[in-house]
Ligand binder design. Structure first.
Ligand code: MSP
Ligand code: ZN
Length: 682
């Protein structure tokens, strides 16, 4: 790596933190994916040879735990989400040169090669340690299988990360008061033999590295505390069977944080295999002098500035030039929660009336990349309507419309010195943003140029000049067309599809993606057609609808907060061993119903006669709810009814079905949303 200004002679790689293939993507993930994409495109605009790579993180307990919850194989879950992510990410115009996954043979091979090189270098040793163990589930509890208290800050934490507090990585055995996330039981400890990476030996190297490291401020300062304090050796194996097997040890898999960043190398390598080493040479990048830029969220700074560079150094590879870390996207000040559906999903954005490039503009320019931000549809709409529609789109539209009407395209004069200077300044700010890793600065010159243009056109009033002073009118419009072209070139990293549309409107040939930054100052074609408005306004009712849907979810979360820290019931029955085929389950006809009346049955203390509307008909059912529920409050309650149970007679009353309820207290099963009465439950 050169530390010279971009563009450099050595090629670059830009990577994004690999999303875990264990759930849907949300706007939190998109912030660094879009930021990374804009950055990689911006480097290319400067003429830098760049590969932009990423992939799915398939291993680790995040996948194993979710797969267990769904009752499926981790591989099936991970492949399903990998395919979903790989298809969805390009819809945000995030254009990876290679999007692989960590189970691909190239990555398995690369990871094993790294581990073997570390072993050979004497950087790995074995040690017996105490690991958390669930006696009931009879398994080890690495990472997300255990929760407890962070020994550093006292906050609630996961086994390997203090995700709600200080953000530190935690080593096995460090978490206090560990509880199993499988059974909820306090964890016990067992002695196991694990592999350790001698991180301590890299302290001096890391101190030098962090002084050299470029990128955002957070990534260059936060790690100092860890690097300059007491470094602990790093446990790189786990006792689970989901992951890449440790070479020569069938009983251990590698910790996911070994094979995950290795995918950055493997993806670059697979890109070279596709395009050939003359186009892109992964070996030069990773083993020699390439410019490695990691774009991530701030929660994984430690992994990218401590563990990963030490590992690369241990195997004799090149080191990262920059780590660019974004702040978190929250909702109303609180973190996303996948399990509670408290997030703004990528899917929702794609289905919304918001154009993906408008969203890209919003996320790239919204605030400094390092700040935490609250996502709100209202905030997004304000920026889209004010900046994209009101300033940038409006300037381009009125300029090109006027140019087309009066001149059939670009007036035949040279642009003025003042306009050229204005464009040069915007290009300079753009170049500066790339070199300072300032993601917002990639998009902010757009608004500045458009504001300049709008003021200029407003001041010059070319529509009043066409008769009186046609030369001046032509000059003004010529300048505005040049400004529009400069906007197209500068827009490409942030809004690639919109830039291409504008390029087309200008009658340009070729692709704006391939146009270098200097094209901003080249003359646009002499002839072009009538333009169309580039951006669509978001209407108030559209925004209100999106906001209401999100607010409802946030409130739901608040309602549920009372039940946090729930304990499992005492004396739980073990789950039945005998499995039933799916067909057996399907033979039960379960329906959504509503209790329409409830009355005691004479002579039976426990029993009620219920009438339950199940859409197709109303059923009379006898249920043992009398002592456990407020009888008068029952009518109106939504329930789930077994509709094809054999009829029976109880205390002389016919019972034609059964309502489902949990436990001794007969906690009635109800529906989460309002599925229509009679809907089958599956
Ligand atoms: N798999 C690891 C990364 C391995 S990199 C070798 C991981 N996965 S993740 O799915 O949890 O996150 C993927 C990326 O999105 C990471 O860069 C992470 O920091 C980022 N973000 C996830 N949630 C986020 C927010 N709510 N806000 C901003 N970025 C967030 O970590
Ligand atoms: Zn902590």
């Amino acid at each position: 790596m050169s530390h010279e200004e971009f563009p450099t002679e050595p090629p670059a790689v830009v990577t994004c933190g690999l999303p875990y293939a264990n759930g849907d993507l949300h706007v939190g993930h998109l912030r660094s994916l879009v930021g990374g994409d804009a950055y990689a495109r911006a480097l290319e605009k400067l003429g830098q040879t760049t590969a932009f790579v990423c992939g799915s993180d398939m291993h680790g307990t995040p996948i194993a735990v979710n797969a267990a919850q769904e009752g499926i194989d981790p591989e099936e879950l991970a492949l399903r989400y990998h395919e979903q992510h790989a298809a969805q990410i390009p819809q945000f115009n995030v254009d990876f040169d290679f999007y692989g996954h960590t189970r691909q043979p190239t990555n398995v091979e690369q990871t094993v090669a790294f581990v073997e090189a570390l072993e050979e270098g004497g950087y790995v040793y074995e040690k017996e340690i105490l690991v958390a163990w669930d006696p009931e589930a009879d398994q080890a509890l690495p990472d997300r299988y255990v929760e407890g208290t962070c020994p550093y800050c006292g906050e609630h934490a996961r086994g390997d990360e203090c995700d709600e507090g200080c953000g530190r990585h935690l080593e096995p055995g460090e978490i206090e008061d560990p509880r199993s996330t499988i059974t909820g039981n306090p964890a016990e400890y067992r002695e196991r033999e694990h592999k350790f990476f001698r991180l301590q030996e890299f302290q001096e190297y890391l101190q030098g590295f962090i002084d050299r490291l470029e990128g955002t401020e957070n990534a260059r300062t936060r790690p100092r505390e860890w690097i300059e304090g007491e470094l602990q050796d790093w446990c790189i194996t786990r006792d689970i069977d989901w992951g890449i097997e440790y070479p020569g040890r069938e009983d251990l898999v590698l910790y996911v944080w070994v094979d995950a960043p290795t995918e950055y190398v493997s993806a670059s390598r697979q890109y070279t295999e596709e395009v050939g080493p003359d186009v892109y040479d992964w070996e030069r990048v990773w083993k020699e002098d390439g410019e490695i830029v990691h774009v991530i969220g701030q929660d994984i700074i430690q992994h990218h500035t401590v563990f990963w560079p030490a590992l690369l150094h241990g195997v004799g590879y090149n080191e990262p030039r920059a780590v660019v870390a974004c702040g978190f996207v929250n909702i109303a000040g609180e973190a996303f929660s996948k399990s509670r559906n408290r997030a703004v999903w990528a899917e929702e954005l794609l289905e919304s009336p918001v154009h993906v490039d408008s969203y890209r503009y919003f996320t790239v320019t919204g605030s400094g990349f390092e700040s935490d931000v609250d996502f709100s549809w209202g905030g997004l709409a304000e920026r889209v309507n004010g900046e994209l529609v009101g300033a940038i789109g409006n300037f381009i539209y009125r300029s090109l419309l006027f140019a087309h009407r009066e001149y059939g395209g670009t007036p035949d004069v040279e642009p003025s010195g003042e306009t050229v200077a204005e464009i040069e300044e915007a290009m300079e700010r753009f170049r500066g943003a790339v070199n300072d890793y300032e993601i917002r600065g990639l998009g902010s010159p757009l608004l500045e140029l458009a504001r300049y243009g709008n003021e200029y056109i407003q001041r010059a009033e070319p529509w009043n000049l066409t008769d009186e002073d046609p030369e001046r009118a032509a000059q003004v419009i010529r300048d505005c067309v040049q400004l529009s072209k400069a906007l197209a070139v500068l827009m490409e990293p942030t809004m690639p599809a919109k830039a291409a549309e504008l390029w087309d409107q200008l009658g340009e040939q070729g692709s704006v993606h391939d146009a270098p930054l200097s094209a901003a100052l080249e003359a646009p074609p002499a002839a072009f057609d009538a333009p169309e408005e580039l951006f669509d306004r978001l209407e108030d009712d559209e925004v209100a609808e999106l906001e209401t849907a999100l607010e409802e979810r946030v409130e739901q979360r608040e309602d549920e907060d009372g039940s946090e820290g729930e304990e499992p019931a005492a004396d739980l029955e073990p789950v039945l061993d005998e499995r039933v085929p799916f067909d057996t389950f399907q033979s039960m006809d379960l329906r959504v119903g509503r209790i329409t009346s409830a009355e005691p049955i004479e002579g039976a203390d426990e029993l009620l006669r219920l009438e339950v509307d199940i859409g197709v008909e109303t059923r009379q059912v006898v249920a043992g709810l009398r002592q456990l529920h407020d009888v008068d409050a029952l009518p109106g309650t939504r329930v789930v009814l077994v509709a094809n149970l054999e009829k029976s007679e109880i205390f002389g009353v016919e019972s034609n079905g059964m309502v489902l309820a949990a436990g001794e207290q007969a906690d009635l099963l109800t529906t989460y949303d309002d599925a229509p009465l009679g809907t089958r439950v599956r």
